[in-house]
Design a protein around this ligand. Structure first.
Ligand code: ADP
Ligand code: MG
Length: 318
């Protein structure tokens, strides 16, 4: 489809130049398909995400952030499986082929691609409303794949990082001037960090894992459902940043529970594995937020009181 638009030949230039050609890539951009080696005793793990302007990022968003964020959110799914990312493809729908837009977009995209040494190996380019689809591929040791369904009774429930910051950032979009605390939250929205290293580490310890893209309530609910168990979460233990607390003193907890876009990992882990993990990585910075018990769904506790969360979400606080 792309060659009905001659100006799109420049897209190949923007995207081909940064290709690093890791050892796995036999054929990259430029032929009809990419051809990739899969390392022995590994499996391919893949996921695709689409971002539409005005739906998944605001109109007028800086192209650099769009490129970075589209790849970051796609990589987050690999992190949640414990996979090591290897390469990706890009389907780009553009209203027009602006060189300055492409330059900025590709620089945001490749900043992250270079950080993880992953190659762009192909894609598609069409004209239409601004839409970015990225399919990421990674490798996994079959014995260590982290699934949503692995949580066991007695496991600890834990998360990486802090929750609610990106939701705070989203609420701040469009502010004319921003303080450094506001800027920190906005960057958590625009430039989430996929927890790749953490996912790879957790593949040796955790029993189940998911990335928190839609909010803790929703994503913990997916683990509970897939694992057929009850996740008991202690609201007093949910990690929140000082910036979020400072800027949203009334509703930081509901942001941490219900707003998405943080791309932290939620995982379950046997107590003995949790202890081993901390012996070997004392400064890992993960936070225990609850326990897995027999039952189905989610229970949230605050000051000793139980609150059952329904599919409609969390309605008792904030
Ligand atoms: P075809 O018509 O055979 O599908 P295209 O003309 O769409 O091929 O693309 C030519 C080459 O450029 C292919 O290798 C394709 O993977 C690559 N390509 C096209 N668009 C992009 C893009 N947005 N990002 C990366 N590679 C792209
Ligand atoms: Mg072809």
């Amino acid at each position: 489809m792309s060659h009905e638009l001659s100006e799109f030949s420049l897209i190949e230039r923007y995207f081909q130049h940064a290709t690093q050609r890791s050892g796995h890539v036999r054929v990259g951009i430029g032929d009809d398909c990419a051809v990739i080696d899969i390392p022995e005793a590994h499996q391919l793990c893949l996921s695709i995400d689409t971002m539409v302007e005005g739906v998944h990022f605001p109109k007028g968003c800086a192209p650099n952030h769009i490129g970075y964020r589209a790849l970051a959110t796609a990589l987050s799914d690999l992190a949640a499986m414990g996979a090591t990312p290897s390469h990706f493809t890009l389907a780009l729908t553009l209203p027009c082929a602006s060189e300055s837009w492409l330059l900025e977009f590709s620089s945001g995209l490749f900043e992250l691609a270079q950080q993880y040494r992953i190659d762009l190996v192909g894609g598609d380019t069409t004209r239409g409303p601004l839409t970015v689809s990225i399919q990421v591929h990674g490798y996994i040791d079959p014995a260590r794949t982290l699934l949503r369904k692995g949580a066991q009774e007695g496991d600890i429930v834990a998360v990486t990082g802090s929750l609610g910051d990106a939701g705070g950032g989203l609420a701040l979009l469009g502010e004319a001037t921003v303080s450094s605390a506001q800027e920190a939250l906005l960057m958590r929205y625009y430039r989430p960090e996929p927890r790749i290293e953490q996912g790879v580490l957790l593949s040796r310890y955790a029993s189940a894992c998911i990335d928190i893209s839609d909010g803790l309530v929703s994503d913990a609910g997916h683990v509970a459902k897939a694992s057929k168990c009850l996740l008991n979460i202690d609201l007093d233990k949910i990690p929140v940043s000082v910036e979020l607390k400072e800027l949203f003193p009334e509703d930081y907890l509901s942001k941490a529970l219900q707003s998405g876009d943080d791309y932290e990992l939620l995982f379950t882990i046997a107590p003995e594995k949790w202890r081993q993990l901390h012996l070997r990585h004392p400064d890992i910075g993960f936070t225990e937020i609850g326990r897995v018990t027999q039952g189905q769904g989610l229970v949230f506790r605050k000051n000793g009181t139980e609150h059952l969360i329904t599919e409609k979400g969390y309605q008792h606080f904030g």
